[in-house]
Design a protein around this ligand. Structure first.
Ligand code: ZN
Length: 501
């Protein structure tokens, strides 16, 4: 058995190396590559993904897995987890014809380039044809994977295994019932909070320098990672010892870099803290996108937008920006960074309205995939839903239907994981507070080690060994995702800030 396991590990290692090499090219594509490199890069990525797919779906991998299924490893062991997780990946990968995989890679890579230009020129019509092709490829993928209830399930399963569209719908309905009235109540108390202090100019290099302080304080290891700039912030890793994050810095939007850095930092902590025994194996990294997002939202919002966090960092921020903040009271700043108001752009949205942006995307994706909405009619449908959920109409496509990178990169079924992450961040954190009730006082002293250690112990070190549902069960005792802790947190925090009765 050991010999077979060694053979499997060695094959998986080669495949991981190819995937990580492709990830380096993908990182470069979004950070430093000149626009002229787009076509060649799409070909390079397509070739690598073809090679990786061929190697992974080889019959020999299936035979090794079948033999190893007989082995009696303890469920929690790295060995049993590897066999379990890889069997699942293998079964899925075998369902995709190599020709389709290659076409997806090429189309999705080109899609991003077309989208970048269309967005810059605020013109959906430039993106329409390739988006139609992307929707069609996603339908082909879903049909190849197969599904029981809805075509959406097959795509969602790539990002949030074991979750169905109907599960998402149920938890979203629960959220909607509470959040929509809360948004209305806040709208009637808008005068309580203003964010004028954030509407100033902030030197970009100073923003960057300040952001590095909390990033390193929360535990991002600069010897095993780095931060760069990109149009759309993201995290990627080539090893647990080489985790890359990006941020964007706008002169007139200090919140973007401040919280974007903490957000990606949260993703990076998850990636950097897989158990060292998982390094180089397909078990390193995060288990599902919802769990991944729970980590970024935890550091960005639960920690980064808390009073205690700024009790420690606000005096430092004042030192970096004496002209802008020197005479501004800390409480005014705290309320400003938590101002809730319907807005056009998802990534700039506050904690209360953020999820409404996701409901909209979830509904539109389902309509596209079931052909009840044509791609040509998407901008109109987008604007109508923006009006009904947020009371706003985008002035142009860039601030509307073209704002997110996901569809251009082929990712459909991905958006719900953002809201699932918001919910999970509090489902986990409410448990953390039971174990460590004085955490907020630690934040006020700039200490984050105990929080990181708790998550490392309960979640990070396991990498992909357990599914999201297994982790939820192990960490909280709950059977599955529960919206309660998140809704309590949001209602308590915003009722206090907006002085709602
Ligand atoms: Zn994220």
């Amino acid at each position: 058995m050991q010999a077979k396991l060694d053979t499997l590990n060695s094959k998986l290692k080669d495949i991981q190396n190819i995937n990580h090499a492709a990830a380096v090219l993908g990182w470069d594509q979004q950070t430093y590559m000149p626009p002229g490199g787009a076509a060649a890069r799409a070909e390079q990525l397509s070739t690598l993904s073809k090679i990786s797919h061929e190697m992974f779906t080889a019959a020999e991998i299936g035979e090794l897995l079948a033999d190893l299924a007989q082995a009696e490893f303890d469920y929690d062991s790295d060995e049993a987890s590897l066999i379990r997780v890889i069997q699942r990946d293998y079964d899925k990968a075998r369902k995709l014809p190599p020709k389709l995989v290659e076409e997806m890679s090429r189309t999705f890579s080109m899609g991003q380039q077309v989208w970048t230009k269309a967005r810059a020129e605020k013109d959906f019509s430039q993106f329409q044809d390739i988006l139609a092709k992307i929707v069609d490829l996603n339908i082909q993928v879903a049909e190849a994977y197969g599904y029981e209830e809805s075509i959406y399930d097959a795509l969602l399963d790539q990002y949030e295994p074991d979750m169905k569209a109907s599960d998402v719908q149920q938890v979203f309905d629960e959220l909607k019932a509470e959040l929509v009235p809360l948004v209305q109540a806040i709208a009637e108390h808008q005068e309580v909070v203003n964010d004028f202090v954030l509407q100033q100019e902030f030197d970009e290099q100073t923003q960057w320098d300040f952001g590095l302080l909390p990033l390193q304080a929360i535990g991002f290891d600069m010897q095993r990672g780095r931060q760069d700039k990109s149009a759309h912030p993201f995290t990627t890793s080539f090893s647990t010892n080489d985790v890359r994050i990006t941020t964007r810095v706008h002169r007139e939007m200090i919140a973007s870099a401040l919280f974007g850095t903490l957000h990606e930092g949260g993703h990076a902590l998850y990636e950097q803290n897989s158990d060292p025994t998982l390094e180089g194996t397909p078990l390193a990294g995060g288990t599902s996108l919802g769990v991944h997002e729970s980590q970024s939202r935890l550091w960005e919002n639960v920690v980064g937008r808390s009073r205690e966090f700024w009790q420690f960092y606000y005096p430092k921020l004042q030192e970096f920006f004496p002209k802008q903040f020197g005479a501004v009271d800390r409480e005014v700043f705290y309320r400003a960074i938590n101002k809730s108001k319907p807005s056009l752009i998802r990534v700039e949205a506050d904690e209360v309205t953020y999820n409404l942006h996701i409901f909209l995307r979830f509904e539109l994706e389902q309509a596209l995939l079931t052909n009840s909405l044509k791609v040509a009619d998407l901008p109109e449908a987008w604007n109508a839903k923006m009006e009904s959920y947020l009371g706003l109409t985008p002035p142009d496509d860039a601030k509307g239907v073209l704002q997110d990178i996901h569809w251009s990169g082929g990712m459909m079924g991905y958006f719900p994981t953002y809201t699932l992450g918001n919910i999970l961040s509090l489902q986990f954190y409410s448990q953390t507070l039971k174990d460590l009730p004085d955490l907020p006082e630690q934040f006020a002293k700039g200490e984050f080690g105990a929080l990181l250690e708790w998550f490392r112990e309960h979640i990070h070190r396991h990498g992909r060994k357990f599914t999201a549902n297994e982790l939820i069960q192990r960490v909280t005792g709950d059977d599955g995702i529960k919206a309660g802790p998140y809704l309590n947190y949001i209602k308590r925090k915003y009722s206090e800030i907006y002085e709602l009765a």
